[in-house]
Design a binder for this molecule. Structure first.
Ligand code: ATP
Ligand code: MG
Length: 272
């Protein structure tokens, strides 16, 4: 079932030509779509339009079959958006208050909101950060707190703008594991091809227009398309392309290990 549908969506900032130009994109319930594109491609703009924070200059955004109602969406908490810069997201004097802001705004009582805060901070690996001042945290810690604030609202659709940027490798792996486990619909904007390879079901290449949308392997192994848009294939795929490897191109270290094991099995059989 389609949960988000953009039809011919364009968006222009006051001083700019179209940052988004006639975007058609549908997202099905439970799927993870990675939107990739170079700097200035319109990825962040697209997520803000999807969240109803920016009204399209032309075209329509539908959520669950209904045209997006900006006020209702914000209040209903169906969509949670993680901004690219956590400083745009955090504004309360303590981490606890920041994470509680969304649930309280959704109308939950202080006790229930408190439970959500404790759970969300645990999920992002910051169980003891409740009394800290958001403004004093490291960039990666801020990002985790911003993610906790969204998780605490339990949105149906997560819009994540560069979610893994500036996270350390463990933080990145934990976040990817967490998002995978949540099982909700995710649209993420990212430059991080490894994250797209590991997380996405489908990938959309954006450069003001949608240049291609498809199953992740089809897009992430299309070197020409990626390179002509300032992107590159995931590291593992680049290595296997360089080796001119046969069969399905692995995108991640895990898939590469699978490819090797299969090849070794084949070699063993030949030797026998
Ligand atoms: N508030 C604004 N006012 C005017 N122009 C803007 C504004 N925000 C973004 N733009 C312009 O719109 C275009 C798309 O910007 P956007 O931030 O959506 O790109 P992006 O793909 O997210 O880039 P990045 O990879 O750097 O995060 C850019 O040309 C940018 O300069
Ligand atoms: Mg951006």
């Amino acid at each position: 079932m389609t949960v988000l549908r953009l039809s011919k969506v364009s968006y222009a900032y006051d001083d700019d030509s179209n940052a988004l130009d006639e975007i058609d994109l549908s997202v099905a319930g439970g799927e993870c779509v990675a939107v990739i594109g170079p700097n200035g491609a319109g990825k962040s703009t697209l997520l803000r339009v999807m969240a109803g924070l920016l009204a399209p200059t032309a075209g329509t955004v539908e959520m669950m079959g209904k045209k997006l109602d900006r006020k209702k969406t914000a209040a209903g908490g169906n969509i949670g958006i993680l901004f690219q810069d956590p400083d745009d997201q955090l504004f309360m004097p303590s981490v606890r208050e920041d994470v509680a802001f969304g649930p309280l705004n959704q109308g939950l009582g202080t006790e229930e909101a408190g439970k959500r805060v404790t759970e969300a901070l645990r999920l992002v690996g910051l169980p003891n950060f409740g009394e800290r001042v958001p403004h004093h945290l490291s960039y990666g810690e801020k990002k985790r707190v911003a993610i906790a604030g969204i998780l605490a609202m339990r949105p149906k659709i997560l819009l994540l703008d560069e979610p893994t940027a500036n996270l350390d490798p463990r933080g990145r792996a934990e976040l990817m594991g967490l998002i995978g486990k949540l099982g909700c619909t995710v649209v993420m904007a990212t430059h991080d091809m490894e994250t797209a390879a590991a997380m996405a079901d489908r990938v959309c290449v954006l450069n003001r227009k949608v240049l291609a949308t498809g199953e992740k392997r089809e897009i992430l192994t299309n070197r020409k398309l990626l390179e002509s848009n300032g992107l590159e294939m995931p590291t593992v795929a680049r290595l296997f392309a360089e080796m001119d490897a046969d069969g399905e191109m692995p995108l991640t270290v895990g898939e590469a290990a699978g490819w090797m094991a299969k090849r070794n099995e084949g070699l063993d059989r030949k030797e026998k």
